[in-house]
Design a protein around this ligand. Structure first.
Ligand SMILES: Nc1nc2c(c(=O)[nH]1)N[C@H]1C(S)=C(S)[C@@H](COP(=O)(O)O)O[C@H]1N2
Ligand SMILES: [Mo]
Length: 350
């Protein structure tokens, strides 16, 4: 594997993952949730802030934060995962981007107002096909000037659970998570959930912006049009058992019964099973699942493992109700996306 570069170190220091021991919380405490920001975190004056809804609509709207807060509020628990999660574990060559291991995930209880009634008030025209969401953050990418913008097909934007969020875990939305307003698209990889949202534009042809057509597609070379990333593929993670060494993080577990706990999620369909293995031949045993919870949040699981003296590697994998199962290893692709290869946790039992 190529050594990590200074550019990757710089990205990793700004965009942190969720420490995997935080898998023990059903809702990730704010501050332990992962973070991914392409450019700078904008400093936004909430009093001057406006959201506009325009484009191919009958009645363009401009809303202040107070207008948005005066509308019906809902709270939705959502597991969000970066499409680049697992990137650093893929085979070489590695793209120059955030070098995630497996920790680019978190679950938050987002408070906000549903998007669909606002779109209905604006009244999309007959010709409308997509909705573009524009953030306030700006920068350059591949030499191109950028604002962070992503679109959703109209029918996805109209899903009941798609939210304009101004709160997180019962508190305010913090600057790094999109203050004062962000989109939350449950079930889709994180790039769809545009932070610092300031403009919503209904369009009558597919959006061709950089973050839509160039980034966040599964492709094998620059000429490949690629498959756009949408729904999150299934993944199970365990909170690594025992205690770590500093700084290597190599883990030591006491021999005897050991409860392995973790969480699993899939955007495509609810999680149906999690399997655990502690042997090199990967013979799988079904873990015990928590009762199903909110659809868009991860599902807890546990397994009683009998830790015997020696060196072991622990594995887990999830399957969803659509029959999607995690591969042993994720497949290489140009952007290093969607690596949901199974987690491996080496432990030393003493
Ligand atoms: N405006 C804006 N929105 C954005 C991003 C960004 O850089 N700018 N990053 C996206 C990506 S790639 C992810 S994974 C999620 C991360 O959300 P979080 O930082 O709140 O965890 O935000 C998405 N929304
Ligand atoms: Mo992401």
């Amino acid at each position: 594997m190529e050594p990590f570069s200074e550019v990757e170190l710089q990205l990793a220091a700004r965009n942190h993952g969720m420490p995997l021991e935080a898998l023990r919380y059903p809702v990730t405490p704010v501050g332990l949730h992962y973070l991914l920001t392409h450019y700078d975190i904008p400093a936004v004056d909430p009093d001057a802030f406006e959201l506009t809804i325009g484009g191919a609509v009958a009645r363009p709207l401009t809303l202040s934060l107070d207008d948005l807060r005066a509308r019906p509020a809902v709270e939705v628990e959502v597991t969000m995962e970066c499409a680049g999660n697992g990137r650093a574990l893929l085979p070489a060559p590695r793209p120059l981007s955030q070098p995630w291991l497996a920790e680019a995930v978190g679950t938050a209880a987002w408070t906000g107002t549903p998007l669909a009634p606002l779109l209905a008030e604006a009244g999309p025209q007959e010709s409308a096909v997509e909705v573009v969401f524009t953030g306030l953050d700006r920068g350059f990418e591949s030499g191109e000037a950028q604002v962070f913008e992503r679109s959703l097909p109209l029918e996805e934007a109209l899903r009941d659970e798609v939210l304009l969020a101004y709160g997180m875990n019962g508190g305010p939305l913090l600057p790094q998570h999109g203050f004062p307003l962000r989109l939350v698209v449950p079930g889709w990889y994180g790039m769809a959930s545009v932070k610092w949202l300031t403009r919503i534009t209904v369009v009558d042809r597919p959006f061709e912006g950089y973050q839509q057509r160039h980034a966040y597609t599964l492709r094998h070379d620059e000429e490949d049009a690629g498959i756009p990333l949408t729904w999150i593929f299934p993944r199970a993670l365990m909170a690594p058992p025992g205690v770590p060494d500093f700084p290597t993080r190599e883990r030591t577990v006491a021999s005897g019964p050991c409860t392995i706990e973790g969480r699993a999620w899939s955007g495509w369909a609810p999680v149906e099973a999690v399997e655990f293995s502690a042997d090199a031949g990967m013979t799988w045993t079904e873990a015990q699942l928590d009762p199903p919870g909110p659809r868009w949040a991860w599902r807890g699981w546990r397994h009683e493992w009998d830790a015997t003296l020696g060196e072991h590697v622990l594995y887990c994998r999830a399957r969803d109700a659509a029959g999607n199962i995690q591969p042993d290893e994720g497949g290489w692709n140009l952007g290093g996306y969607a690596n949901n290869g199974i987690q491996r946790v080496p432990v030393s039992v003493s």
